[in-house]
Design a protein around this ligand. Sequence first.
Ligand code: E4P
Length: 219
Amino acid sequence: MKFFLDTANIDQIKEAHDLGILDGVTTNPTLMAREGITGEGNIKKHYAEIATIVDGDVSAEVISTDFKSMVREGEILADIAENIVVKIPMIKDGVKAMSYFSNKGIRTNCTLVFSAGQAILAAKAGAAYVSPFVGRLDDITFDGMELVEQITDIYGIQGFATEVLVASVRSALHIVKAAELGADVVTCPLSAILSLLNHPLTDIGLKKFLEDYHKSQGK
Ligand code: E4P
C-alpha cells in the first residue's frame, strides 16, 4: 500500500519525504487555501514545488464544474509536471472529463466518492485513482471502511485497473484497516502516519535496553 500525504504544506511534505516513506501527495482547494496560496501563478508554482520534492504522484484538483472548463484547467495542471494527476469531482461533467483525459493519457483522481456506484463510474471513466472519503462517512455515522471493502471487492471481481486511494483518513486505525482491505493507497495527514509509531511497550522496552546497556558499561 502506498502512503500519500494529504496536505499542501511544504515542510510536512519534506518531513515525510525525509522519513523515506512518502509515495505521493494529494491536495484539495481547502488544503491549498490553508497554506494561503492564492492566484493562478502562485498555485501553479506551489504544485511545481511539491512535484519536485515528491517522486510519486501529486493530485491537483480542478475548481471548475463544467466539462469544457475542467478540460482547460486539467490540461494546465497536467502540464506543470509529469507526476501531476488531475483531481476531478464525481459529478456528471467530471465523469465526461475523466473519460476525455483517460483517452488523452492524462491520469485522473476521482474525488468526493461516497458510494460503490460512484466508484464503478470512476473506473468505467478510466480514472487512475478513486478516492472514497472514509472520515466524512464516519462523521455521519456510516462506516467509511465498509465502502472501501465494497469497492476493493468489486474492483477485484471486475478486474478494474483504477487504484483505490483511501481518503479523508483521520486515524492510524483507518490506515491499518485500509491495508487489511487491500487498498492501493492511503492518503492522510502526517499526524496519522506518525501515530503509527506509538506503542507503550516500545517506549518501555527501549528505556530498559538503554538502562541495561549503561549499567553494563558501569555508567
Ligand atoms: C484527499 O484527496 C481528500 O481531499 C481529503 O482526504 C479530504 O479529507 P477531509 O475529509 O479530512 O477534508
